[in-house]
Design a protein around this ligand. Structure first.
Ligand code: 2P0
Length: 349
């Protein structure tokens, strides 16, 4: 055996996605099946993203992973799910489609190296980009094609939506096995070129309650969440699909803000309650409503995930003016000048 054999290396990138109809709550923890569908916007490939390299070599003794330069435990159950599913599809393809395919690669161990170009601690959907990128890169390495969002979902729910660019819905599905709980592109990244996303960093602190355990407690204790999943989200998914299709910013913005607010209301309705927003978040919400009121139209929308940082949606022509309003109310010198990041919305996987 030649232990110096050159490894085969594949590198890919995947962007973060921002949900405008929120996912919160699972009906199956192991398969990561949600209690409601969700809809998101995937960022541009060169903005907030994960870059993953996967190397394979006959000489590797075991699977290993490094995240942002630090080796992590490969035995993490969700990592194992993704590795197992990709290798299962690779075997299936070899057996059914291409029996002559060289089979040695399937037994090779992998070394995975993954880095984010944004602070993981800021709570900006790092697991979504991370697992999407991992699954996509592994699929390239093992020559696997097909519905990869079903595999990314088993790494982290929101990751299935980062497998596509533009506007993406995660259909909750009906089956207990999870085959129909997958992501679909609603509109491509070229559909709404004027749409802009700004990230207002209110705190780079690590969030206190993680999404996975937070949503578990919410499912167990919040009757508002049950009502939301059964009676509110189905209608909102239809309305949001329609707003995106028509590029109706007013409808898109109002639904986005209402859905963020209801998600945070379910967090407050959780027992013990979960607080993701802080006083800066509340000030941003207030500023957006006053700004829209001033112009007599909905020009700007906010949404917040499991942390205090605001994600702002607006149209290109309003960016300079809104930026000025933000700088007026939150002078840059009070936060080290790293407050606002402007992001165009475009993407290709
Ligand atoms: C979302 N979030 O739709 C919602 C809004 C946070 C608030 O998806 O347990 O990291 O890995 O499936 O995907 C965060 O949850 O949780 C999330 P797991 P995930 O973007």
């Amino acid at each position: 055996e030649n232990s110096m054999e050159k490894p085969n290396i594949v590198t890919c990138t995947a962007p973060v996605n921002i949900a405008v109809i929120k996912y919160w709550g699972k009906r199956n923890e192991e398969l990561i099946l949600p209690i409601n569908s969700s809809l998101s916007v995937t960022l541009h490939q060169d903005q907030l993203k994960t870059t993953t390299s996967v190397a394979t070599s006959r000489s590797f003794q075991e699977d290993r992973i490094w995240l942002n330069g630090k080796e992590e435990d490969i035995s993490h159950p969700r990592l194992q799910s993704c590795l197992r599913e990709i290798r299962r599809l690779a075997r299936k393809r070899r057996n059914n489609v291409d029996p002559g395919l060289d089979s040695t690669g399937l037994s090779h161990k992998v070394h995975i190296c993954s880095v984010n170009n944004f602070p993981t601690a800021a709570g900006l959907a790092s697991s979504a980009a991370g697992f999407a990128c991992l699954v996509y890169t592994l699929a390239r390495v093992f020559g696997v094609e097909g519905e990869l969002s079903v595999i990314a979902r088993q790494g982290s729910g929101s990751a299935c939506r980062s497998m596509y660019g533009g506007f993406v819905q995660w259909i909750m599905g009906q089956q207990s096995g999870g085959k129909d709980s997958l992501a679909q592109q609603v509109e491509p990244e070229t559909h709404w070129p004027e749409l802009r996303i700004l990230v207002l960093v209110a705190s780079a602190e690590r969030k206190h309650v993680g999404s996975t355990s937070g949503m578990q407690t919410s499912v167990q204790t919040s009757c508002l969440l049950k009502h939301r999943a059964e009676s509110v989200v189905p209608g909102r998914m239809e309305e949001m699909n329609e707003a995106v299709r028509r590029r109706d910013f007013t409808a898109f913005a109002e639904l986005t803000m209402k859905d963020s607010n209801q998600f945070h209301a379910t967090c407050l309705d959780t027992y013990p309650p979960i607080f993701y927003l802080n006083s800066v978040s509340h000030q941003v919400i207030h500023l957006v409503h006053r700004y829209n009121q001033h112009y007599g139209e909905t020009r700007v929308a906010y949404t917040f995930d499991a942390g205090p940082n605001a994600v702002i949606f607006t149209l290109q022509q309003h960016v300079p003016e809104f930026f000025q309003a933000v700088q007026h109310f939150f002078p840059p010198e009070s936060n080290g000048g790293q407050f606002v990041k402007g992001l165009p919305v475009k993407h290709a996987t």
